[in-house]
Design a protein around this ligand. Structure first.
Ligand SMILES: [Zn+2]
Length: 127
């Protein structure tokens, strides 16, 4: 996921699998992404106490691009049986058709297809 902090001091981005919510940005461009407001406020106070010009802003999460992936692992749950042969249109960890890696699944395949072949994903893509 891409996190973006827009401030009067500039726009800063960061790619991470963590979930960042806030960013503390200093006038000179130094910045720190935080996962909690508490951590961000602590950093803000620390910088302010040192006489730094600093702002605390909520970060924007960018919409992830869809990828076309297959579920891997030897057995999907009953509902998704056979889904491993199809490429789903995946956004984050969830396919458009609602498929997610089940407990016994090894997750989404590393190999990406160039289009969705899951009928339900295709229907949603065309909707
Ligand atoms: Zn699907």
């Amino acid at each position: 996921m891409t996190f973006t902090a827009r401030t009067e001091f500039g726009t800063f981005t960061r790619n991470s699998t963590r979930d960042y919510l806030f960013c503390v940005v200093r006038a000179d461009g130094w910045h720190q992404f935080s996962q909690t407001r508490k951590a961000a406020e602590k950093e803000l106070r620390y910088q302010e106490n040192r006489g730094r010009c600093v702002v605390l802003v909520p970060v924007e999460k960018s919409r992830e691009q869809k990828r076309f992936l297959r579920l891997s692992g030897r057995c999907m749950d009953g509902f998704e049986r056979g889904a491993g042969y199809h490429y789903h249109a995946v956004n984050g960890n969830r396919a458009l058709c609602g498929a997610t890696p089940g407990r016994r699944s090894a997750g989404w395949s590393d190999h990406e297809g160039d289009r969705a072949t899951c009928p339900r994903c295709v229907r949603r893509l065309e909707a």
